[in-house]
Design a protein around this ligand. Structure first.
Ligand SMILES: [Zn+2]
Length: 392
């Protein structure tokens, strides 16, 4: 396997070969095998190549039974000479990401004894799982040293040491290996057994930037932006910062402080709104009778929190008090409160009578009913029995 075209020259974008087999598959694709190939089959965390064979689309490349299988969207005849072209932009990105991941993982291992237990390439970033987890300061140091290794522009060295040399070599490996082992040295900072393809010099990696970090199975899952991915990510974040900067009339490097000031202002406004609502609800309550067995009123457009706040204030002047707020969906949202009684029986009867739902504790229930004001009015008048009170 190690003498195929993609290992001989990972930068080979086009080549000529002969079709040795073409087998139709149940998924409609054709499994094509060539006399030799520059298409890299999925392996070592690196996706399989895509491209064309004499104009026929290669949707993926896989290794099966020791052969490189090109999954083509059309048939090719065995014996046919074909011209292969791989999607180079996509492949080069894979090589950048793979090499950058080596450098980052190698330095995390050398500095803090971290093991890389997972590697995945997505569109636009890669994720790696490291254990044990790193502190923010340690992560920043790994990132800094990784970029220093990139800027040092060190050649990538691939070798196939014999068994004796391998025994004395200190290298990273995710699994037990048999047969010839391909050792890759990247950025002068990592030695790792790997079957993937890499850039020739660490300088081609371009940049290594840590994105998000989340706890994962006792370690940490990191998002890394490497090479062109880092350029794209920087572009998108720059657009985002510029938009926020314009909206808040703040300098781009001061948007975080500007957002924090805006959030603090919003918190103060929210507190003022709550206080103003309380004042309005008290003024409205003062217009309603005092000392009633039950009391209810209608309003519109209040939030559930405001409805409860209003009902709680009304409960100071009645056995139980209900507020019904007309919502945009046509229902009435309600809260029923009491200082002295269990209001859950009112809630249950209301829901049963007026196609409602909701519940709560003895002192406060909340819900919604699908009924008009007249039906709600009639229910409140009748429940359970007693002196009806006409709301203002
Ligand atoms: Zn590799």
């Amino acid at each position: 396997m190690f003498d195929t075209l993609y290992y001989q020259d990972p930068y080979l974008r086009a080549f000529d070969a002969t079709v040795t087999a073409c087998t139709p598959r149940p998924d409609g694709l054709f499994a094509v095998v060539l006399s030799d190939t520059a298409f890299y089959p999925e392996g070592g965390g690196q996706p399989g190549d895509t491209g064309t064979l004499s104009g026929v689309r290669v949707a993926d490349t896989q290794e099966q039974d020791g052969q490189v299988v090109h999954l083509c969207q059309g048939a090719l005849a065995p014996g046919q000479a074909v011209h292969g072209e791989i999607d180079w932009v996509r492949r080069f990105r894979h090589m950048q990401c793979h090499t950058g991941e080596h450098i980052f993982s190698g330095i995390a291992h050398a500095l803090y004894g971290c093991r890389n237990v997972g590697f995945h390439m997505s569109r636009g970033w890669v994720t790696i799982d490291l254990t044990p987890p790193l502190s923010p300061e340690q992560l920043a140091e790994v990132e800094r040293q990784s970029n220093a290794a990139v800027f040092a522009d060190v050649p990538t060295v691939v070798s196939y040491p014999d068994a004796d040399a391998l025994r004395t070599l200190d290298y990273r490996s995710k699994k037990a290996l048999s047969g010839p082992v391909r050792i890759v040295e990247a950025g002068g900072r990592d030695v790792c057994a790997c079957c993937g393809l890499h850039v020739a010099r660490s300088g081609e990696v371009g940049c290594i930037k840590v994105g998000t970090q989340t706890p994962h199975r006792g370690g940490v899952r990191l998002t890394l932006y490497i090479g062109w991915d880092a350029v794209q990510d920087y572009h998108e974040k720059q657009q985002s910062v510029t938009a926020i900067s314009h909206t808040l009339s703040a300098k781009p490097h001061e948007v975080a402080q500007a957002v924090a000031r805006m959030a603090a202002r919003n918190d103060r406004c929210a507190e003022e709104i709550i206080a103003l609502h309380a004042e309005i609800f008290r003024l409205r309550a003062a217009l309603l009778p005092q000392g009633q067995d039950k009391l209810w009123t209608f309003t519109q457009g209040l939030t559930p929190v405001e409805i409860r706040q209003f009902a709680d204030i009304l409960a100071e002047q009645a056995g139980w008090a209900a507020v019904f707020s007309h919502a945009a969906d046509g229902t009435y949202q309600y809260a029923i409160c009491s200082r002295t009684q269990d209001v859950r029986p009112v809630c249950r009867a209301l829901n049963a009578a007026l196609d409602g739902h909701g519940g709560g504790k003895a002192a406060v229930v909340q819900g919604a009913v699908s009924a008009g004001q007249d039906a709600i009015e009639a229910f409140c008048q009748a429940f359970p029995a007693g002196r009806p009170v006409k709301p203002v």
